[in-house]
Write a protein that binds this ligand. Structure first.
Ligand code: OAK
Length: 792
């Protein structure tokens, strides 16, 4: 490996060892690891071609990947070798690993799930391709200036991306605008604008390097580089206008998380990557099949939420306008290929495009959507409408065009059936299925938590990363004092690592013996970070009043970004930072309570925080969090959850046992019921002196003395409106936190409870989830042979 790295340094990077920077060494290491993926990658592709197997195409606007060096080295079984090679070369392997920027091509849960699925598909040997957009700028970088979020463009591609292969020869024309001409019963689309989609391929290697799939990301470029005539006239701006317009399409990831964006550019992005992906998969299919009608036997196309929902109309367009099939047959054929995953019930996140806009950008598709609507209404009169009040409902479109629609946790799937898609569910009672989310154990335990992984491997062997149910073998150790001491020591190692990092990066000293209580996720009212900070203030009040009452010391850690246009979420960030400043400088509670909010939470930060957590905050208003996946990562790494009966919390609690989970709050049904009573918030606050006091402190400017009115809006909203029922759940949350305090005082019982979490959440491996999709939705098999099938 050493020779390979040196060869790359010299011949790929043009550097000699004496002049190489950390970046050069990292690139050389990455390129040599990439080399090691190529043969298994070719073998996998070859095997899929030869066996003419069915492939999965996972269409996703987002892939939230993070760093890759360690992940790839671990999957190839080369970590020790890579580390030794770098040491021989006088380089610090850990430093190189840290030099890699996160590939942050996603906002949150949906994007990270896509990345976990890619890892599982490769590990399971399921022939698959991920399709998305190669954004030039990933999720914005977050900084805090005087406690307020400021956003900066992210620039991961300022440096070369080591893992990808550019494929200039794999380019497709993508059309927009213009008009449709109908002649002799045929439609012809005359577009107004055309851009090229060019492929960039990243091999995705599975555990132990047995199989590799491809993540193919599309980059937009103009059809003609620039207008030479304008250039020669000296009009340089006009000369590069079309280039700039085309490249805009893949320029930046929309920083919205579960809120709708009404932007034409967003619609163009969605069509851009969907159309390129369909052209690509059809080219592959037609290169060794003659009959387009066989497509559903060879292609399972999964829509990661509605962002690629235009795939339905686009596939029909190709079948009708290019292959001459009839409309009705094309609709049926397309449906047999397509699956749709719903990731949210929040009304503001359900995509709707104004009909005029969709018709302007994609005129032929609007005609086809009308045909889909007619066909649906013909077969099921009174069916919910795709075209409604001048809008195109992408949820209804995706539902009607998919043969299976899935929710992402048991509760969420029930709610999908009973709320957003209730009418469609009545018409198509077998279409909605559940596939509870999962996480890859390779990154989220083996990679991020070496201390615990080593201990687990010592006890149950090294097969668990590919078969996470084996963690059950740890159950019997919950009564083993010696083992629990080691289990605690592993947590302690991770907490020390985090304490050092926090002291260095945030300038706050935290005590590794305190309870590390962590809430990391996008900032959103339904996730209720504000309830957490209100509870923190209430706790501080009590501690300050009576500092010697035997408190459990706590460190409250927050991480997460707010969508730049989401005003209330930004206020919540500001409030947390204001409260942190006041509490962290209180000499009375200095050894009892600290608040830490490092800016720019991302995958890499999660990998450090999660292994160090004692308590995982999963406190969304019941019925609002579709699943959550952070909840699974924390439990796997031996944190206890304080949470509501929401999303996958419900199933996590069932797996780990109610006695090992801190449950509080209203259920989803109670939430709906409570909302029917006007004034529920005021009534709840009036019954809670503790909450009243906290709200008064905030409203009086206790945490922003120079600007006392700063949070009047936020507090007023809680009194008068409180859509997410912070007021109603507050007391129960506070009391449950105190139960957690009590439990934490006994390290032996706490760590036994924590072990019950680690040992019982093997089911939440994304391998299990992907096997579920393979069985119930895609009807595909592993190409690695019977061994993997058995564990399904
Ligand atoms: C983002 C944009 C539009 C719609 C949904 C999302 C999204 O990220 N949803 C999240 O998906 C995760 C993966 O299924 C779930 O775990 C989260 O609960 C959900 O909010």
């Amino acid at each position: 490996m050493k020779d390979e790295i040196l060869a790359h340094l010299r011949y790929s990077l043009g550097k000699d060892a004496g002049h190489a920077s950390v970046y050069d060494w990292r690139m050389a290491l990455s390129l040599s690891l990439r080399d090691r993926m190529v043969d298994p990658w070719f073998r996998s592709t070859q095997a899929s071609y030869e066996k003419r197997v069915k492939r999965v195409y996972y269409l996703s606007m987002e892939f939230l990947i993070g760093r890759l060096v360690e992940d790839i080295a671990a999957n190839l079984g080369l970590v020790d070798e890579a580390r030794a090679a770098m040491a021989d070369l006088g380089q610090d392997y850990d430093l190189l690993v840290k030099d890699e920027p996160d590939a942050a091509l996603g906002n949150g849960g949906l994007g990270r799930l896509a990345a976990c699925f890619m890892d599982s598909l490769a590990t399971l040997g399921i022939p698959a391709m991920g399709y998305g957009i190669r954004y030039e700028h990933g999720l914005f970088e977050q900084d805090f200036v005087e406690g307020k979020q400021v956003e900066k463009a992210e620039t991961w591609l300022a440096q070369r991306h080591a893992w990808e292969f550019e494929r200039p020869e794999v380019s497709y024309q993508i059309n927009f605008g213009g008009h449709v001409q109908h002649q002799d019963g045929k439609a012809k689309w005359h577009p107004h604008e055309t851009v090229l989609a060019t492929a960039y391929d990243t091999p995705v290697i599975g555990w132990q390097g047995k199989w590799a799939n491809t993540l193919r990301l599309w980059s937009a470029r103009p059809q003609t580089e620039f207008d030479l005539a304008s250039f020669n006239r000296g009009d340089y701006l006009a000369a590069s206008r079309s280039e700039a317009l085309a490249r805009t399409i893949s320029r930046v990831l929309y920083p919205d998380d579960t809120t709708e964006t009404g932007k034409e550019l967003r619609l163009k992005q969605e069509y851009f990557f969907t159309a390129a992906s369909l052209q690509d998969l059809l080219r592959r299919f037609l290169s060794d099949h003659d009959n387009i009608r066989d497509l559903p036997e060879f292609a399972a196309i999964q829509l990661n939420d509605t962002h690629p929902a235009i795939a339905g109309p686009e596939l029909i367009r190709i079948l009708v306008d290019r292959h001459g099939l009839g409309m009705v047959e094309s609709i049926e054929l397309a449906r047999r290929c397509l699956g749709y995953t719903n990731h949210t019930l929040l009304p503001e996140a359900l995509e709707r495009w104004p009909e005029w806009l969709l018709g302007r950008v994609l005129p032929r598709h609007l005609e086809i959507i009308r045909a889909i609507e007619d066909s649906q209404q013909g077969q099921h009169p009174g069916s919910p409408r795709i075209l409604d009040h001048g809008n195109v409902n992408m949820g209804e479109l995706a539902f009607i065009m998919a043969h299976k629609v899935n929710g992402v946790s048991a509760l969420h799937t029930d709610l999908v059936k009973s709320t957003v898609f209730a009418d469609l569910h009545r018409i198509h009672p077998t279409r909605i299925v559940n596939q509870t989310n999962g996480i890859t154990p390779r990154r989220w335990l083996h990679g991020c938590n070496p201390a615990l992984s080593t201990l687990i491997t010592r006890e149950i062997g090294d097969a668990w990363p590919a078969d996470l149910d084996q963690l059950r073998g740890l159950r019997s150790l919950a009564g083993d004092k010696g083992f629990l001491t080691e289990f605690r020591a592993a947590k302690r190692t991770n907490k020390e690592r985090l304490s050092n990092w926090v002291s260095e990066h945030c300038g706050v000293a935290i005590d590794p013996d305190a309870m590390f209580d962590i809430q990391i996720k996008r900032i959103h009212e339904y996730k209720r970070q504000h309830m957490n900070i209100l509870e923190t203030i209430a706790l501080w009040n009590d501690m300050h009043a009576n500092p010697t009452a035997g408190w459990t010391p706590r460190v409250k850690i927050f991480g997460g970004k707010a969508a730049p246009g989401y005003h209330v979420a930004k206020e919540i960030i500001h409030l947390i930072n204001d409260v942190a400043r006041v509490i962290n400088t209180d000499p009375v509670t200095r050894d009892l309570l600290k608040i830490v909010y490092p800016p720019n939470y991302n995958v890499t930060m999660a990998e450090m925080l999660i292994p160090a957590a004692d308590l995982s905050e999963q406190i969304s208003t019941a019925g609002k969090e579709a699943s959550g996946t952070g909840n699974m990562k924390f439990a796997l790494n031996g944190a206890l959850t304080i949470g509501t009966l929401d999303g996958a919390n419900v199933e996590i609690r069932e797996h780990v046992g109610a006695e090992n989970f801190f449950l509080f709050g209203l259920t989803a049904e109670e939430v709906v019921e409570r909302r029917k009573h006007p004034g529920y918030a005021r009534a709840a606050i009036e019954q809670s002196p503790r909450l009243q006091k906290v709200l008064a402190q905030i409203a009086e400017g206790r945490f922003a003395p120079q600007d006392p009115g700063r949070y009047h809006g936020l507090v007023g909203n809680l009194w008068d409106h409180d859509h997410f029922l912070v007021s109603c759940d507050f007391d129960s949350y506070f009391d449950t936190q105190r139960r957690a305090d009590e439990a934490f005082k006994n390290p032996a019982t706490w760590s036994a409870m924590a072990l019950h979490n680690t040992a019982n959440v093997g089911w939440f491996s994304s391998d299990r989830t992907v096997q579920g999709y393979a069985r119930d939705i895609w009807h595909v098999r592993s190409a690695l042979g019977a061994t993997l099938e058995q564990s399904a």
